[in-house]
Every structure is written in C-alpha cells, then in structure tokens.
Design a binder for this molecule. Sequence first.
Ligand SMILES: Cc1cc2nc3c(=O)[nH]c(=O)nc-3n(C[C@H](O)[C@H](O)[C@H](O)COP(=O)(O)OP(=O)(O)OC[C@H]3O[C@@H](n4cnc5c(N)ncnc54)[C@H](O)[C@@H]3O)c2cc1C
Length: 380
Amino acid sequence: MNFELSTEQQSLRRLVRDVVEKEVKPLARHTDETGEFPWGPLRTMAGLGLLGLNVPEQYDGAGADHVSAAILVEEIGRGCGSTGLIVAAHLGLACGPLNKFGAEEQKLLYLNPLARGEVIGCLGLTEPGAGSDLAGGVRTLAEKRGDAWVINGSKMWLTNGAEAKTAILLCRTDKAGGSRSLSQIIVPTDAPGITFGKPEKKMGLNGSHTYAVSLENVTVPLENVLGREGYGLHQTLEALDGGRIAIGALSVGLAQAAYEASLAYAKERTTFGKPIAEHQAIQTKIADMATTIEAARWLVYRAAWLRDQGQPFTLLAAQAKLFATEIAEKVCYDAIQIHGGYGYSREYPVERIYRDNRLMAIGEGTSEIQRMVIARLVLA
Ligand SMILES: Cc1cc2nc3c(=O)[nH]c(=O)nc-3n(C[C@H](O)[C@H](O)[C@H](O)COP(=O)(O)OP(=O)(O)OC[C@H]3O[C@@H](n4cnc5c(N)ncnc54)[C@H](O)[C@@H]3O)c2cc1C
C-alpha cells in the first residue's frame, strides 16, 4: 500500500474542502438548529459529480475509487455531520448495492439518476423488532402476486427516507424463514401505500432526517428484486461493510473538526497568565487527539484501499468503524473539556459535533456488533 494519497485523491480533498468551507460549514449550525435538509450544498455537490463519486462512469458516476469516497465523507463530516450522513447513506447504502448487485436495466433506471445527484437514495433494513438481528427480526413481507411483489410491513430509522426517491428495502420473501428468506427490493418512495412519519426527533444530526415508514400493499414489479432473490441478507451485510467505512470516515471528519476547534480555542483562552495550550494537561489531550485521529484515518483508508484492490475487507471495515467512532467519542469529549463551560454551550461547535458523533457507534452495526464481527474473523 502506498502511504501517500494519489495526486487525484489530494486534489479531490482540496475540491471538497473548498465546497465545505464555503457552503457546508457555514450552514452547519443553522442545519442543526432548524433541522432543515441541506439541499443547497447537496445540489452544489451534485453539480460537481460528488454524489456519484465512486459510481462507474458508465452509470453517470465519476468513477473514483473507494479511498476517494472515504475522503469525500470525511471532509463533509469535518463541516457538518448531518450533511455527511446524508451523503454517506446515499453513496454507501443506496448507490453501493445498486452498483454491486443491480441488473443493467435496474442500474440505468435507478443508479444513473442517483449518481448524477438528481435524486438521493436510502436503504431500509431496520424495523421496530429488527436492528442488530436482521435475520431473525425482519417481518416486512413481500409476496408474489402475478407479476408483482406486494409489500406489507414497516421500517424504522430510514436515513434520507422521505427526501429519497429510491429505497432499497430488506423484505422477507419466504415465510418459511432461514438464511435464504430475505431479499432486497427496489421501491420508489412515491409508490402508493408508502407512508412516512415525521422526521424523528433526535439527539443530533438534525438535518439528516430519519423516518419510520409503513408499507401497505405497496406493489412493485417482480424485476425490482435487487441481485438474487433469497440473498438479501448476504447482500445487505456486504453493503454494510462498505457503509461502515463511510461511517468511520465520517467520525474521522467529526473528530478532526472538534480537534481543530480545540487547537484554536486552546491558543486563544488564557488562564493563570498563559494560553491554556501551554498547560501540560491540555497538551496531553491535544496529543492524544492528534494521534488517535491520524490512526483512525489510516485505518479507514486501508479498509477502503483493500476494497479497491478487490480483497476481503469485512474485518478492516469493522475495525475502522469501531476504532474511528470510539476515538471520535473521546476526541469530542475532550474537545468540550478543553473549551470548559463554553464547550457545553451552543456558541461553540463542539457540543453539536459531540451529539452528531454519538450515532456513529450505533448506526450500521453497533460497536458490540463490530466487536463480534472482528472476534469471529480473527478467531476463525
Ligand atoms: C439516526 C439513525 C439513523 C439510522 N439510519 C438507518 C438507515 O438508514 N437504515 C436502516 O436500516 N437503519 C438505520 N438506523 C438503525 C440502526 O442501524 C440501528 O439502530 C442499529 O443497527 C441498532 O439496532 P437497534 O437500534 O435495533 O438495537 P438493538 O439491536 O436492539 O441493540 C440494542 C443493544 O443491544 C446490543 N446487542 C444486540 N445484539 C447483541 C449481541 N448479540 N451481543 C451483544 N450486544 C448486542 C446492541 O449493540 C445495542 O447496544 C438508524 C438509526 C439511527 C438512530
């Protein structure tokens, strides 16, 4: 592995950073406080081809590698967690599985508009009774009637749900159960019978809307099954491997933002006659932040690089997500500590970043699940 980013990856970082500094970061506080969906920056990113960054050019994407996609999400996360999660879900959970498992006609119909950024996508796995345990818990039923699937059930926590035009839903297609009883089905979100609730009220990530959705006799053609019927669980786990790299990258970006805010504050705030940056207890925190963020960043890039090489990356993706999300929690905690009382107020960005990062150790597989995956693979 090359320990330097390529020229293309470095210029991508500069391009994204420029957009983020101009359009994403200045809006982050407003997005958090109002819960408005950040369509403006998303349209700019769509215009630059960033919403299809790692989709092949033949499907209207930019054809970049997965390391580039990690850099994209990291840099957006450095400016705004909500916008970062919207893009991570769109690219990793919607474009990713469509590109990997979609038939040619499905890609032309659904992937191309997603990659052009004309519409955004989402992936619905979780249900009121199914989160970590998808295999046993998914109850949403898709039944074959004539030449259509008729879907009934409900999904929870759908990131991008009502803003998305295309959803990939994990459904039970064989009532008998077992590991081949689930399938992924592509469902347009304006199909009759789909009802989204109001965006959930959350601790953070307020601009990234999360929905419960009910499905009542939602009817889509049989050919909307994505990949192979009965292989939905397997395909979902593969999609999550990719999604976990993106969540790791998002945490690296959030941690970087908290760290940069802390550096600036530590140099400016004085106590006992000198900037707090000159107190050793503050320096220790800064040193730990700088070191753990750098380690997390390269673990994320390594997982993405393995994926680019076509090598197995499940282990590295789980390790990258686990490590990055957990060190980011500590970095954000310390960032608030460095800011003292101001860190706890909404005047400074670190309390928002702390709230935004809290999801990262839960979504796309909790830390407990990552540890199970890692232990299973290293013990095998
Ligand atoms: C803001 C937000 C956005 C989300 N976006 C999406 C989305 O776009 N699409 C989607 O499908 N889902 C989404 N989710 C759902 C998310 O992926 C789930 O919340 C997550 O997978 C955990 O599932 P759960 O909440 O049902 O927790 P549970 O599975 O009920 O777990 C509860 C606790 O038990 C632990 N646990 C469970 N099983 C074990 C075990 N075997 N051993 C040890 N500990 C265990 C868990 O780690 C956790 O600590 C989102 C959630 C949130 C909050």
